[in-house]
Ligand binder design. Structure first.
Ligand SMILES: Nc1ncnc2c1ncn2[C@@H]1O[C@H](COP(=O)(O)OP(=O)(O)OP(=O)(O)O)[C@@H](O)[C@H]1O
Length: 145
């Protein structure tokens, strides 16, 4: 019996500004995953502080908040078997310079001259974190348990 999981993908401002929204959604759909929710969002500082609560002590935290508010982001909830691990694989390494060709970050990532990695997407790293993050960006979404 396969269990449906949910994960959160955020397409960050650089991904939207460089017109990769459609291509990223296409890559997800080509893997046969289901888009369960999709919204363009202007991230608030409160949402970002909750989402990146484990990064508050990092030197790059102020730049990270600034980067995530440079423009709209797209919030996407994706459903499917093993989706957390598979979407994370599709995103590639955190630093686009280290990411494998064919991953989203390698293919669409840019230089990051201002101290924060500009890496196109966020993807949840565990089922538990996905549930926590989906609550932040889609507080009214009721997903099946
Ligand atoms: N050493 C670093 N220098 C600059 N920016 C960083 C660094 N590490 C992480 N970041 C930025 O902070 C974000 C969150 O870092 P994290 O370690 O959670 O990476 P991740 O899980 O691969 O990325 P995300 O949480 O965005 O999916 C990264 O996506 C990147 O934009």
């Amino acid at each position: 019996m396969f269990k449906t999981e949910y994960t959160l993908v955020l397409i960050k401002p650089d991904g939207i500004q460089s017109h990769h929204l459609g291509e990223i959604i296409t890559r997800i759909e080509r893997k046969n995953y289901q888009i369960a929710a999709l919204e363009m969002i202007k991230a608030s500082e409160d949402q970002l502080r909750r989402h990146y609560s484990d990064k508050v002590d990092q030197s790059f935290f102020p730049e990270l908040i600034h980067y995530m508010q440079e423009g709209p982001i797209a919030g996407i909830v994706v459903a499917g078997t093993n989706v957390v691990k598979e979407i994370r694989k599709m995103a590639g390494a955190t630093n686009p310079g280290d990411a494998t060709v064919g991953t989203i970050r390698a293919d669409f990532g840019r230089e990051w001259p201002d101290g924060v990695m500009r890496n196109v997407v966020h993807t949840s790293d565990s089922v538990a974190n996905a549930q926590r993050e989906i609550q932040i960006w889609f507080p009214e979404l009721n997903l099946p348990k």
